[in-house]
Ligand binder design. Sequence first.
Ligand code: ATP
Ligand code: MG
Length: 560
Amino acid sequence: DFIREIIAGDRASGKNGGRVVTRFPPEPNGYLHIGHAKSICLNFGIAEENPGAVCRLRFDDTNPIKESTEYTESIKADVRWLGFSWEGEPRYTSGYFEMLYCFAEELIVAGKAYVCDLGADEIRAWRGTLTEPGRESPFRGRSVETNLDLFRRMRAGEFADGSRVLRAKIDMASPNMNLRDPTLYRIRRVTHHQTGDRWCIYPMYDFSHCLSDAIEGVTHSLCTLEFEDNRPLYDWVLDQVTLPGNRPRQIEFSRLQLEYTVVSKRRLLRLVTEGHVSGWDDPRMPTLAGMRRRGYTPGAIRAFARKIGVTKAEGRVELALLEYCLRQDLESRALRVMVVLDPLLVVIDNFPEGVEVVEFQAANHPGDPGMGSRKLAFTREIFIEREDFREDAPKKFKRLVPGGEVRLRYGYVIRCREVVKDPATGEVVRLHCTLDPETLHANPEGRKVKGVVHWVSASRQVPVRLRLYDRLFNKPDPEDVAEGESFIDHLNPGSLVELEARPAESFLASATAGVNYQFERVGYYCLDAKESAGGGLVFNRTVTLRDTWAKIAGREGEEG
Ligand code: ATP
Ligand code: MG
């Protein structure tokens, strides 16, 4: 990608002494989402790929009102979970407040910044528009001495919140609005999660970010495209002060947007506070905490980041691509087990007399016998999936029909002898079958049984609760709303369906959180530690085995 090319070029030409330093700079005002994962994979990935390069974690904590240590802790956990480690201790912009303050005084002394007494509304009104220049503040001409004195007294807490700000003195007529004397510091009496009540003035993003990069020796400051117009200000600030080391370079790339979800912390916070989801880690959320709980793996997310690449092109990435990466990763790691979602009772009439249970050895992972095996209890009564039996089946139906045969996964071939129905409703209540003892694990010579169905012993099973998730919004771009609507109006009411007490093979009684399971022929699932805390076994559906939506869309396409 173009960023890696720039970095390779800089290394080759010996720029910055050949050093490469990147940083991931989250503002601790929410949980990380899949969009952040793109930035994490880029910044930490570059550090991994370039010998001697480092990537740091820096909390961009200049707005204490919205920030908290709950967020800083979750961010650290999420970066680690993705498999990355930052160089040294996590950094905090707030750790540089004293240095930033000194840079601000340097600007004042150089006549490049002034204290302005206009209110926030006035500053906005005087800024002008894209077509009209702004008006200069009447306080723009204050002397260096007055500005220094007022700024020191701002710091000392002599003035009320919002009564004064420090502004850069650049150009009120600049076509770039960011250069029309932007605010650098404001007064805010808010306790900060790192610095407590030590400060009552806080620096703005455009002032603190470039200088924090410079303080840390960052060489390539990678950010998203909406900061393109802030780059001239980034460079302006760096031009005015005495830099401690190298000069960082800001490079922008496009934000990740994903279909059927939103990735803005402000919107995600609204979903949480209004109770549309159970929390930041609701398995339907695009947060890393939610995705982890749902059963997403770091490998899947990193593969996804590689696939989407890094460009300047805007656009929503298909959810199907993320799910493709997920299935690819789960296919090779998920433990195989059998669970029946819609049980139909089957009685094996010739199940050996006097025997209670036959134990089969089943592979935990058919593709890799090294991944262990499990014991499977086969009993006289078992459940199969209701949809795996049909009375009036089309020719192509390879599963069980009256009088027909099917193989039980890892077990015998059975033949359906009798169909018992509820006389009132006509619903099939159970099947009577016989097993063929010759067929355990393999077809005898000359016999071909094509269909294989999954099953669970009716008497040796463990009931599980299943939470089936679907896309959170029913629109690819939930932010594309008509007038008077909000993205909330496009929530998918069917995004969570719960199934109670489904029969699962007893192996799952010892299921552990953090392990991915493939419920054979059904989907990928994982134990939900939170929901299972009360003693039950609750599983989250991570993803279906195939892309059912693609199939439905395809069918609709055919019909239409
Ligand atoms: P949000 O709009 O969700 O609040 P943000 O950009 O304000 O996002 P930060 O915590 O400031 O969130 O972001 C930390 C880093 O992650 C920044 O460098 C930012 O550019 C990057 N980032 C945030 N969202 C995305 C995204 N959707 N795609 C790629 N990078 C992102
Ligand atoms: Mg932000």
